[in-house]
Design a protein around this ligand. Sequence first.
Ligand SMILES: Cc1ncc(COP(=O)(O)O)c(C=O)c1O
Length: 390
Amino acid sequence: MKIPISKIFFDEADFSIVQEPLKSGWVVQGKYVEEFEKQFAVFSDSHYASAVSSCTTALHLALLALGIQEGDEVIVPAFTWISTANAIEYCGATPIFCDIDLQTFNIDVAQIESKVTPKTKAIIPVHLFGLAAQMDEIKALAQKYQLRIVEDAACGFGTKYKNQPVGSIGDIGCFSFHPRKAITTGEGGMLTTKHEEYHKIIRILRNHGGGMSDFEKLDQKYTFLLAEYKHLGYNYRMTDIQGALGVTQMQKTDFILTKRKEKADYYNEKLKDLNWLKLPYTPAYSNHAYQAYVCLFEPEKLQQANIEELHKKRNDLMFALEENGVITRQGTHAVTSQQYYQQKYAIKNLDFPQAYIADRLTIALPLYPTMTQTEQDYVIDMLTTQYAKL
Ligand SMILES: Cc1ncc(COP(=O)(O)O)c(C=O)c1O
């Protein structure tokens, strides 16, 4: 049996709709992107949604819209995908890393205040793996120090903090439609906001800094004139082929999220007695949307002295699983363990011990909406039998 870490869920509606822009000849940002944005704004309880080429470009535009620039500091968790921090670098600003809470894998809110300086302008909480960060605490700090909040909701499709969809709690939210995410457009991203001024500048900056997209210009009298370019912008647009896919993917939201939860609940039940594996935690303030089912390999009490030895053991287990057809992944990485950041900011792995442990000891198990019980039982069986052989 071969079980991938994740599997895209496409159906006839997806296969059919992507042909529409091809047949019409309108393949750049157009009516399907507009429709996808409308649906996404409703889904995420935001007034405005703007589609872009990825969550990474969404994060970049979000920070630019908030005026983040050279000399500014932005607080970001040490354990997240590297592009959360890269977006800060693109603006010429400085990422200030904060360690995480190992139970939730999200930013440790108790440590944020110690990172604030007169240069701090914003904070990027990440709703990692589909679990919301502690937004009340983060909002209180943001208010106290006049900080803006960009939610990295790349993994947060279907995640709610105290019943409020993530991406609609801070100033701007950023989502990803990469194939490892709940819904996909190949590559793709979305910015959500309730603030009209941010919405306006986001749409200009994603379009080379020009006032109107080609599609919007169709209604104008002088379509032959180019837009005005008052800003240094980018081409971060989503194509209408992706937009069309977004529309049909949105129609499957309930099915996809329900199935992911069902499969995760099955793992939760079947794996709960393993004393060497910590399963994903769900606090009262958030649901878990299970963008990924990420566990912590913890066969003994974790100390600095045994991290490397346990890391080797975890890798041996992941290798044995792969040999038996079960594909796993580490949860994500500690950005603070990546060479670019270590060299630029003189950071060492253990400056952020919880992030480092998560980097070294997490295991994501296969999870996708069409996963069968037989497949899940096989993963569970392999996990226990291969661990016993270590
Ligand atoms: C937390 C987080 N932020 C940002 C990104 C970047 O998303 P994209 O691949 O759409 O640029 C990812 C992607 O994995 C992510 O997991």
